[in-house]
Design a protein around this ligand. Structure first.
Ligand code: 3PG
Ligand code: MG
Length: 368
């Protein structure tokens, strides 16, 4: 399902362009920790300038302010960085300062498109949200996907359509319940699903193991049992790095955790097994850390998976803010084929094969 590209816009010379970007960057005390999402939009901005547009007005959300101005989520740090990277691009204030954004209020869309001739969506990371700035402008103006959005769709679409085999997906992160949809969709396509991170404990519990004080979604145990009984292999940890809830005692244990112990990383045996599965893959998709990698004592599992993804000779894709920042922290982000700028968006695209923002672009007047 193709979306209109920049080349499908009517003659952009002298035009005023609205550019929806995903500049929702991580901030600490008002400083940008990682400007990857800003840099990722530069090819689109360059294309627009090269094709003679008169003005570019960028817009984005930042964080989750509740429909009213909130100084903690001011676009000012982004505006300063954007001015360095792409002088001359105007940037609107945080879209979510207006309740009309998340409500997809037509009056808010009116204000966004007023005085503009063309719209470009390069906000892949936000295109799973049917918000005003994502789905509104393509219904009003000739519209196109920016280069970043187009590349994301090409790569993730390729995983769905023609992955080189074996196709191995590695999922981590805290909650099974949030990833059930994508787990089912991936199981239909992959050769092996590898599960680590907090969510592995609900699967281990479904196999009858004791999980101690680890994260457990008791209401998902039956679902995990059903998934485990399916035709595709689900690779789970065989050992765990655990800590006592009441102290600093850390040790490696087997699949069963004693009472009072909490699993916080996959163990070294598991890390080697997961790495073997990843290294031999023709295609890898990785989302979600294997443990609490921000704490060096629980980083080894995530590091082992990151290194295996980097060493894999197949086509490698990493999605999600946590996995991407883990890669960057281990200095491996330029060793994978594609690091998605979307977390939730990449998972929803893999699950559904489409996103509200893409459907909106296909409905634009200039779409073929
Ligand atoms: C993200 O960072 O996941 C995107 O920018 C979307 O943000 P949201 O989850 O707050 O909608
Ligand atoms: Mg998100």
């Amino acid at each position: 399902m193709s979306v209109p590209q920049l080349e499908d816009l009517p003659d952009p010379r002298g035009r005023h362009v609205l550019l929806r970007a995903d500049f929702n960057v991580p901030l600490t005390a008002g400083r940008i920790d990682d400007d990857r999402r800003i840099r990722a939009t530069l090819p689109t901005i360059e294309w627009l300038w090269q094709h003679g547009v008169a003005t570019i007005t960028a817009c984005s959300h930042l964080g989750r302010p509740k429909g009213k101005p909130d100084a903690r989520y001011s676009m000012e740090p982004v505006r300063a960085r954007l001015a360095e990277l792409a002088p001359g691009v105007e940037l609107l204030e945080n879209l979510r300062f207006d309740p009309g954004e998340e409500r997809n209020d037509p009056a808010f869309v009116d204000r966004l498109v007023a005085g503009r001739d063309l719209s470009v969506n390069d906000a892949f990371g936000a295109s799973h949200r049917a918000h005003a700035s994502i789905v509104g402008p393509p219904a009003r103006l000739p519209s196109a996907a920016g280069r970043l959005l187009a590349r994301e769709v090409e790569v993730l679409g390729g995983l769905l359509q023609s992955p080189r085999r074996p196709f191995v997906a590695v999922l981590g992160g805290a909650k099974v319940s949030e990833k059930l949809g994508v787990i089912r969709a991936l199981l239909a396509r992959v050769d092996t699903l590898v599960v680590g991170g907090g969510m592995c404990f609900t699967f281990l519990a479904a196999q009858g193991h004791e999980v101690g004080d680890s994260l457990l979604e008791i209401d998902q145990v039956d679902t995990c049992r059903e998934l485990l009984a399916g035709p595709k292999p689900i690779l789970l940890p065989s050992d765990i790095v655990a800590a006592r809830a009441d102290g600093d005692d850390v040790r490696t244990v087997g699949r069963d955790l004693p009472k009072g112990w909490r699993g916080l990383d996959i163990g070294p045996g598991t890390a080697a097994e997961f790495a073997d599965a990843v290294i031999e893959a023709g295609t890898v998709f990785w989302n979600g850390p294997m443990g609490v990698f921000e704490d060096e004592r629980f980083a080894a599992g995530t590091r082992a998976v990151a290194e295996a993804v980097a060493a894999c000779g197949g086509f490698t894709v990493v999605g999600g803010g946590d996995s991407a920042s883990a890669l960057a922290r281990f200095g491996l982000d330029d060793r994978v084929d594609h690091v998605s700028t979307g977390g939730g968006a990449s998972l929803e695209y893999l699950e559904k094969g489409d996103l509200p923002g893409l459907a909106a672009l296909r409905g634009a007047s200039n779409a073929r």
